[in-house]
Ligand binder design. Sequence first.
Ligand code: C2E
Ligand code: MG
Ligand code: MG
Ligand code: MG
Length: 293
Amino acid sequence: TVKGNYLNRMGRYDAGMKKKMEDDQVLLSEVQRALDNREFIFYAQPQCNMLTGKIIGLESLVRWNHPVRGIVQPGEFIPLLESNGFITNLDLYVWDMVCGKLHDWIAAGHKPIPIAVNVSRIDIYSMNVTNTFAELTSRYEIDPALLAIEITESAYAEDYNLIRQVVIDLRNAGFTVFMDDFGSGYSSLNMLKDVNVDVIKIDTKFLDMNEYSQNRGMGILETIVRMARLTQLRVIAEGVEKKEQVDFLRNVGCIYGQGYYYYRPMPIEQFEPLLLHEENVDYRGIQAHQLEE
Ligand code: C2E
Ligand code: MG
Ligand code: MG
Ligand code: MG
């Protein structure tokens, strides 16, 4: 009967929900244990000047180095940690590791290169992130200009006034602010004139090389780049995988890119030999372009 089917479905649904909640509970207690055991690490992925191929900065991307499962990607645990607020514990841990790394480079006499960290909107509700980053950079004795703060576009749309103020505070304190995943949500170009970030990272979806969507995506991308230049914004294209994408981006005046075409994210130790050779790095970072204009 209709009613029977309905109850059946509900029954399965409830069982599914219950299972999911139990799984989440297990995962959460594992995450707590993993934090205590220092199983979280960060991978780094270079951000490049596509005209010269030089590295202008790195992005830190968290990984769970699980004793049994091996390297676990953030997509498998971040959504849960965001839904219960635990993400903030993890992010504090990651930011601390990143600042520690910058400190170690300087202490060893190397020229440091800027590192971008990801900030969840939950972090912004839970604490004064500007104070947190200021404490970290002062404790590790590093220049705030070495830290770029990536805040995903959707956060701006949801908490416009709060985030706008946070961006102002972060920049006043000397940090660089990136708007991550630009174009992934419902933001409009209009938002860019009111939210005063240093850099927008254009979402991968505009680089999608598919027939119909390609032409439109490329057209929009070209418009974003042009508008960004007019408003003094720097632009990094995310998810650059192919030579054709690099060529297109350079043609429309997008100078910076990040993606598998250049480097995959990897343990920072694997990059260190590269970073220690000054000819691979443009230490002027993302400001170089501005200096040349
Ligand atoms: P995101 O910040 O937008 O980072 C870019 C993602 O694109 C990374 O995925 C990176 O590995 C991937 N990627 C880079 N180049 C390419 C490419 O050429 N092709 C493709 N297909 N993908 C590319 P990942 O490392 O899995 O991270 C996913 C998301 O998880 C990040 O997106 C960020 O939102 C979040 N995340 C990562 N680390 C942290 C963290 O420490 N804290 C917080 N709160 N979120 C983080
Ligand atoms: Mg990011
Ligand atoms: Mg992104
Ligand atoms: Mg993303």
